[in-house]
Design a protein around this ligand. Structure first.
Ligand SMILES: [Zn+2]
Length: 98
């Protein structure tokens, strides 16, 4: 009987520990800000009720350049000035090479 309890405690402990470590690693791996980790374009914030409920500290993002979708850490946002013709954001311009 005690073996089962011990096994559950050890296994459960490992499981919880692994979940905590994975969360911490996941958190530090996630890029900060609003840039796409694939193509470095500015991503759009999308509504994702599940993720926003589970992890309100994260930003569910969607990249309209490459279609990447995922979570980003909240960080400094890239100022949006799509109306200006300064050419500061070549990734936003409609030079599609597809
Ligand atoms: Zn992208």
């Amino acid at each position: 009987m005690w073996e089962i309890v011990l096994w559950i405690v050890i296994f459960g402990g490992f499981f919880v520990l692994r979940a905590i470590i994975a969360t911490v690693v996941f958190f530090y791996i996630l890029p900060e800000g609003d840039r796409c980790p694939n193509c470095d374009a500015v991503t759009l914030r999308v509504e994702s009720r599940g993720w926003n409920f589970l992890m309100p500290r994260f930003r569910t993002s969607w990249c309209y350049e490459c279609g990447w979708e995922g979570l980003l850490r909240r960080g400094p946002l890239t100022p949006q000035d799509t109306d200006s013709h300064s050419g500061q954001f070549p990734l936003i311009s409609k030079k599609s090479s597809k």
